[in-house]
Ligand binder design. Structure first.
Ligand SMILES: [Zn+2]
Ligand SMILES: [Zn+2]
Length: 206
């Protein structure tokens, strides 16, 4: 009888130990990115509430207009960082993966900086993302320098002046010429002078 009881206990015990030793992905699936399947590095949240690694979702939305998790239309949505969620992830991943996670975050930050516009001069062409989330070619009409909030006044090439915009120099909506507009991503096809007044949005396959 006693042996049976021990067998029962020993048979029960490993199961509870196993659950705490289960892969982190099974225990904490909410800290994983649905795009790269790794722990979210530098979280970025869409307006639908779903979070991903910032570079993963930024790259994904170059080609798609919908959230990869819930299919909600988010093309023209901003990506929001979440420092609190980053903090939760840091506390959840444990010591072994912490170093690797921190290194990935550093790489993302370095990569983001490499995409920034290094200089801004009048007449210079750049890539600029419009308020619909589409990358266009822009021309700098005016550069506001100084230490406080440097910005550029951008004209969208081929578009009416009423679309011109003042954009902070550190905005992720601007990038060196060709970084995005040379990719096969959705682009406007501008109307011919006498033709249809509306521009078409063309989606290319990846
Ligand atoms: Zn990811
Ligand atoms: Zn979503």
């Amino acid at each position: 009888m006693l042996k049976k009881l021990f067998d029962f206990i020993s048979c029960k015990r490993p199961r509870s130990e196993d659950s705490s030793k289960a892969p982190i992905k099974k225990r904490k699936p909410y800290i994983f990115c649905a795009i790269c399947n790794d722990v979210i590095s530098l979280s970025s949240t869409l307006r639908c509430g779903h979070s991903f690694c910032e570079p993963c979702i930024a790259q994904y939305l170059l080609y798609s207009a919908e959230c990869p998790k819930c299919d909600r239309f988010v093309r023209n949505a901003n990506l929001y960082p979440s420092f609190s969620f980053d903090q939760i992830i840091e506390e959840e991943i444990g010591k072994t993966d912490l170093e690797k996670w921190k290194n990935r975050r550093n790489e993302v930050e370095i990569n983001k900086k490499s995409k920034r516009l290094r200089r801004a001069e009048i007449g210079m062409k750049i890539d600029v993302r419009d308020l619909e989330g589409i990358w266009c070619v822009g021309i700098i009409k005016c550069a506001i320098k100084g230490n406080n909030n440097p910005a550029i006044y951008v004209h969208f090439e081929g578009w009416d002046n009423c679309f011109d915009e003042l954009i902070p120099l550190d905005s992720e909506r601007i990038a060196p010429l060709g970084l995005y507009t040379n990719k096969n991503i959705p682009k406007y096809v501008l109307p011919k002078r006498d033709g249809n007044k509306q521009a078409d949005l063309v989606y290319y396959k990846q």
